[in-house]
Ligand binder design. Structure first.
Ligand code: 3HC
Length: 655
């Protein structure tokens, strides 16, 4: 094979009469201007070279094409555009096969769909995740995919931005075949001995006929999850066009919609989230620090939080040692963890054999000495300073000298806990969110004395768990609970000033939160925050504004959904406004001499965003949070802030 180069990122080798073109644009072979130009030159060459009878297109490394280059969005367009490239591939006079060696996403899949056949390695993943960036496919995806798999299936994939494994893509009809090893050789063989017409142009195929019920069902299901975002609805509209409109007209409409969405606020917000996620967990100077090896994880306390952490660690392949105070407690802990694994089996995330294999890596005992085997011990016991300090002092005498100790405290000062131990440098905070085996967010607390390799190890552990780690410094409540407190405080001020819980909740839900603040309170239960407020009462600044309404509800036993009454009344799981709550709010206003006034939805949202943004600014200036994007990710992944608004810092203009 002789090598040919068409641009910095596109080269080819001639395998007899077949030109094997490779895109090499690390890290994900995104379709940058250089890649598009290089591919056009490759096509020019193949067009005129009589010795070339067909083309194979593939990617270097473990990716086929990760999509359009997101970094080019917002910059002036550079020709050739992706639609121009895609059209040329589809119309090309010689057969072109996509050899999909890894992920083919967005524009990457659109390029593959324009090819005349598609082979993939079995571990490839394909999808059109554009809606997750607030856009629709912009290079024919909404028109070519339904021609291959039908409108309902295309709606389901595109409007949800679902990425699927190669096997499923083959069953659906997106891929012609899978190749077990020699993908390029298999692609060459396939293109030489094509049973199908060698120039099968996807855009010329008819959309398979379907009932409108199946399409409506897929559309309704996708819209249910869209939470007011524009892109999924637009994607559905465009996919439906494939069956009713000429390819040229539908492609023009797709492009128009793509450009409009790409230049809009929702897409800007979701791009911010995308890049914030890639930056999260990166700490300056830490790249050069090697993490310690962690294979065995000790978990002290196997209640709700501890069992969730244990399930997450088992799912990630760790050996887990749970420790409880009594043998009965240990039995219960093991049952709780096994129960979480059962739920994973029920939901199809784990099979029966996987469950057994997970359980084989788990021991739960009442003997803390077992923790001598652990590389990392996470405590998930009652959030009380004396309890945690005593536990850590005891663990000091049990765990290995090189083992790491992590506290899962939500509100206590981990620096104080660390200072009470013999080796504060091996202590780090791991603030999980409940349910810990499901929630992606993990605040990794870099304490005053935490050693760099301990922090690096905590981050490596978080990543292996599949979590989104956000590094933060020590402050009461860390990033999330501090912002949440400011948000809650502002909501309660508005309550006292004249807004009602249902008005505040409706404003938040219209903004995109899955649930309003007061409905969330009711779900979580009001008594823990009440106990904390009572503990803090003695040290509270008497001059600071304090709203008593939540206390009044608790005093009346309104602890939330589980007792059928909280900020709302509950009957058979349905929430309704309760006049008793309104009366208590009015009484509290009267007590303080407040004349209530009305609030518009916009004012409610603006005040809450300002409160969160201001608290976020304080966290940045205190160096508790490193980047505005970190704060946004915490609120999106831990507190239901709508991703398509970019997070509270983005929404408040702190970018
Ligand atoms: N454009 C530009 N940069 C990209 C990119 C893209 N499409 N996809 C990933 N990157 C960058 C990331 O920002 C990151 O950069 P950094 O190292 O400087 O932080 C680097 O590539 C590696 O990314 P990940 O950390 O995410 O790497 P993984 O290996 O974990 O995942 C991936 C790889 C699955 C490709 C993942 O990056 C991903 O999902 N990317 C986005 C895919 C996507 O949304 N494609 C559609 C784009 S829109 C489009 O195609 C429009 C078209 O229809 C016209």
């Amino acid at each position: 094979m002789s090598a040919l180069r068409f641009s910095d990122t596109v080269s080819a080798k001639l395998a007899d009469d077949i030109l094997v073109v490779t895109i090499d644009n690390p890290p994900v072979n995104a379709l940058s201007a250089d890649v598009r130009a290089g591919l056009m030159v490759a096509l020019d060459r193949a067009e005129v070279d009589k010795a070339v009878t067909a083309i194979i297109l593939t990617g270097a490394g473990s990716t086929f094409i990760g999509g359009a280059d997101i970094r080019e969005f917002g910059k002036p367009p550079v020709e050739p555009t992706l639609p121009q490239l895609v059209a040329r591939i589809e119309d090309f006079a010689k057969p072109i096969a996509a050899a999909i060696n890894g992920v083919a996403l967005g524009g990457g899949l659109e390029v593959a769909l324009a090819c005349h056949r598609r082979l993939a390695s079995p571990d490839a993943k394909i999808g059109m995740p554009e809606v997750k960036l607030g856009i629709v496919p912009g290079a024919g995806g909404t028109q070519r995919l339904p021609r291959l798999i039908g409108t309902a299936a295309a709606v389901e994939l595109i409007a949800n931005g679902r990425v699927i494994p190669a096997g499923e893509a083959q069953r659906l009809g997106i891929l012609d075949d899978l190749s077990d090893g020699a993908l390029i050789e298999d692609s060459i063989t396939a293109i030489r001995h094509a049973a199908m017409p060698s120039l099968r142009r996807t855009g010329t195929l008819p959309v398979p006929p379907e009932t409108s019920e199946s399409i409506d069902k897929a559309a309704t299901e996708a819209m249910r999850k869209a939470r007011g975002q524009r892109a999924p609805a637009e994607a559905i509209r465009l996919v439906r066009l494939a069956a009713t409109t000429s390819l040229a007209d539908a492609l023009a409409e797709e492009r128009r919609t793509f450009v409009e969405l790409r230049d809009g606020e929702e897409a800007a917000a979701l791009r911010h989230v995308f890049f914030a996620e890639r930056a999260a967990g990166k700490v300056e100077g830490l790249e050069k620090v090697s993490p310690r090896g962690i294979e065995t994880v000790g978990i002290v306390g196997t209640g709700l939080m501890g069992s969730g952490i244990a399930a997450a660690a088992l799912n990630a392949g760790y050996r887990v040692i749970g420790v409880e105070q009594t043998p009965e407690g240990a039995d219960k802990g093991r049952e709780r963890i096994a129960g979480l694994l059962d739920k994973s089996v029920q939901s199809g995330r784990l099979d029966a054999a996987g469950r057994e294999e997970h359980l084989a890596r788990l021991t739960v005992s009442a003997d803390a000495e077992e923790l001598a085997q652990a590389d990392l011990v996470v405590e998930a016991v009652f959030d009380d300073l004396a309890v945690k300090t005593a536990l850590f002092q005891r663990l000091d005498g049990i765990i290995r000298a090189d083992a790491i100790l992590a506290t899962n405290t939500s509100y206590l000062d981990p620096n104080v806990i660390a200072a009470a131990t013999a080796h504060p440098e091996r202590i780090v905070g791991l603030h999980f969110f409940s349910p810990a085996n499901i929630m992606r967010l993990l605040e990794v607390v870099n304490c005053k004395r935490t050693a760099p390799d301990v922090l690096a190890s905590a981050l490596a552990f978080a990543k292996r768990l599949g979590k989104l780690p956000i590094v933060c410094g020590v402050t009461e409540g860390f990033i999330g609970n501090r912002i949440f407190s400011a948000y809650r405080r502002e909501a309660e001020f508005m309550l006292e000033d004249g807004a009602l819980p249902q008005e505040i909740d409706a404003a938040l839900e219209a903004y995109g939160f899955p649930m309003g603040l007061f409905a969330v309170y009711d779900m979580a239960g009001l008594e823990i925050a009440w106990a904390r407020r009572k503990r803090q009462a003695a040290t509270r600044d008497p001059a600071a504004r304090y709203v008593v309404i939540a206390d009044r509800l608790c005093e009346a036993g309104r602890f939330g959904q589980k007792v059928g009454r909280g900020w709302y009344a509950y009957s058979q799981g349905r929430r309704s406004v309760d006049p008793e709550v309104t009366a208590k709010i009015e009484a509290a206003r009267k007590e303080k001499g407040v004349t209530p006034r009305g609030f518009t939805t916009d004012e409610i949202v603006a005040r809450l965003l300002r409160a969160m943004g201001d608290e976020g600014k304080a966290l940045l200036s205190e160096h508790v949070a490193a980047r505005p994007g970190d704060i946004d990710l915490v609120m999106i992944n831990g507190y239901g802030f709508p991703a398509h608004k970019g997070g509270p810092m983005f929404a408040a203009g702190h970018r």
